[in-house]
Design a protein around this ligand. Structure first.
Ligand code: NOJ
Length: 515
């Protein structure tokens, strides 16, 4: 069978402002990315996902788009974009771009028109409502803290924003919004992109009655309490988007950022005629615990399998604390993160890697005065925000620029990252970079690992052991979370995240064995 490329793809996320800076202004850009594509190629992934590079005032670092069909001058030009796509394609890398359909920037022309004249047709693209007794229309809260409504002084009405007030939500019940986004998708498809990552994919349609939904306290990091979003209409929209993508050659695809804890609900987004992939954030909210991880894997495989979809796996992205830090930090956190790499890439389905994950970077503890994330400001510092995982990549050398920039990076790169730079890890077979490269190389070469069947094997408590099989080849993936030294199965040891003398795998490590 000819396997769809995305079913087992590994996609590398590039957070554009932090990847590589070509002009010395301290902020990454498209030309910078071009110069570092060889690193991505050598890593061995199938494609890249670029976070938003569109014109934006930057209230949420690009997730507040003021023009969907152009490039922000700080990141380059449309010509730079075309050149980047051409380079990537020449190297055999697919290119996924981010689409932000839930909200625009408040500086988008549509919103400017909407507030400058309440009779303007663009007003209907957004969700303006009268207040209730001098209060907002309902009790919804913004995901970044504070109310989800802001008063438009001129008209006395409130507008809805699930994120910052600079990110007004679009009204997807409005036909023009739908038509315009189809044009936007076509614009990028015509330019040769291989697909889209859909921002806040579950939230586009709001319950028409905008009923009160009280945010649980404390606010859960991951739970499906908001009954005013995840409305059934969104599936019809994605079916139409799928038809659009399918009208282009070469299997263009969508990956939904669908933030739902319930895997059965999540899998609805990847039914055969909807999105091809959705992020599966289940690992982001789990500790280093074998039983709990196994339960999450089972839930995912069952729910996605039931709709005939491929699963996907995520350990890091630009919104969450870096993995080694989540796993306790220091040497132990780094060991666990290395082991988790072999879990991530050993499981069936697609996988996502976040830039710097291959270097084993930890979360950076930044002084408050350097923080930029609106989450920090809108919660008065109660939530520190996401800057710590967005620190630029240390490519080579040392402070301040680390080969990321000839100037001064927009967030400081820790001085002790000298030993973690891509250049420093290059020659070391024990490095995180070497482990990622080796794992990705095996995954590309061995069908069983990439597309083979999956089955658990019995294993002691505190460990995970499963096999991937194709034809007459079987690979066993072993993760020893916290058991005593674990005997590896007989066979050829292909890769281990730590030395396993005498075929005994130490705690906080993982291995792949051909049996
Ligand atoms: C999800 C994105 O990943 C995040 O960075 C952004 O702040 C929100 N969506 C709002 O667009």
């Amino acid at each position: 069978m000819n396997e769809h490329w995305w079913r087992s793809a590994v996609i590398y996320q590039i957070y554009v402002r932090s990847f590589a800076d070509s002009d010395g202004d301290g902020v990454g850009d498209l030309s910078g990315i071009r110069s570092r594509l060889p690193h991505v190629k050598e890593l061995g992934v199938d494609g890249i996902w670029l976070t938003p590079f569109y014109p934006s005032p930057g209230a949420d670092h690009g997730y507040d788009v003021s023009d969907y069909v152009d490039v922000d001058p700080q990141f380059g030009t449309l010509d730079d974009f075309d050149a980047l796509v051409a380079d990537a394609h020449r190297l055999g890398l697919r290119v996924i771009v981010d689409i932000v359909p839930n909200h625009t920037s408040n500086e988008h022309q549509w919103f400017r028109n909407a507030v400058s004249d309440p009779q303007h047709p663009d007003r209907a693209r957004y969700i303006f409502r009268s207040g209730r007794d001098g209060e907002p229309p309902n009790v919804w809260t913004s995901a970044f803290g504070g109310p989800a409504w802001t008063l438009d002084d001129a008209s006395g009405e409130y507008y809805l924003h699930l994120f910052t007030p600079e990110q007004p939500d679009l009204d997807w019940h409005n036909g023009r919004v739908r038509e315009d986004f189809e044009e936007i998708l076509r614009f990028w498809l015509d330019r040769g992109v291989d697909g889209f990552r859909i921002d806040v994919g579950q939230a586009l349609y709001k319950a028409p009655d905008l009923h009160d939904v009280h945010q649980p306290e404390p606010r859960p990091a991951f739970a499906d309490w908001h009954t005013g979003i995840n409305q059934a209409e969104v599936h019809g929209l994605y079916r139409s988007w799928r038809r659009l993508a399918d009208s282009y050659p070469d299997e263009r695809m969508y990956v939904g950022e669908v933030v739902l804890e319930n895997q059965v609900e999540l899998a609805k987004y990847v039914r055969p005629d909807e999105l091809q992939l959705t992020f599966n954030f289940t690992f982001l909210y789990e500790d280093w615990n074998a039983k709990a991880l196994r339960a999450r894997i089972d839930r995912t495989l069952e729910a996605f399998g039931a709709v005939g979809a491929t699963a996907s796996w995520v350990l890091e992205n630009h919104d969450v604390t870096r993995l080694p830090t989540r796993y306790g930090g220091g040497e132990e956190g780094r060991r666990r993160a290395r082991a988790a790499t072999l879990l991530l890439l050993g499981l069936p389905g697609a996988a996502f890697l976040y830039q710097g994950q291959e270097l084993g970077l930890e979360e950076v503890e930044l002084p408050d005065e350097l923080r930029q994330d609106p989450v920090f400001f809108r919660t008065n510092g109660a939530r520190k925000g996401r800057d710590g995982c967005r620190v630029p990549i240390p490519w080579s050398g040392g402070p301040p620029g680390f080969g990321f920039t000839a100037g001064s990076p927009w967030l400081p790169i820790p001085a002790d990252w000298t030993a973690l730079s891509a250049e420093a890890q290059e020659g070391s077979p024990q490095s995180s970079l070497a482990l990622h490269r080796a794992a990705l190389e095996l995954r590309r070469r061995i069908d069983a690992l990439r597309t083979g069947s999956f089955a658990w094997r019995a294993s002691p408590s505190g460990t995970l052991l499963f096999e991937r099989a194709s034809g007459n080849e079987t690979i066993v993936c072993v993760v020893n979370l916290n058991a005593e030294h674990l005997q590896l199965p007989d066979g050829e040891l292909l890769l281990a995240s730590e030395p396993a003398p005498g075929n005994l795998l130490p705690p906080s490590s993982a291995a792949w064995t051909r049996v």
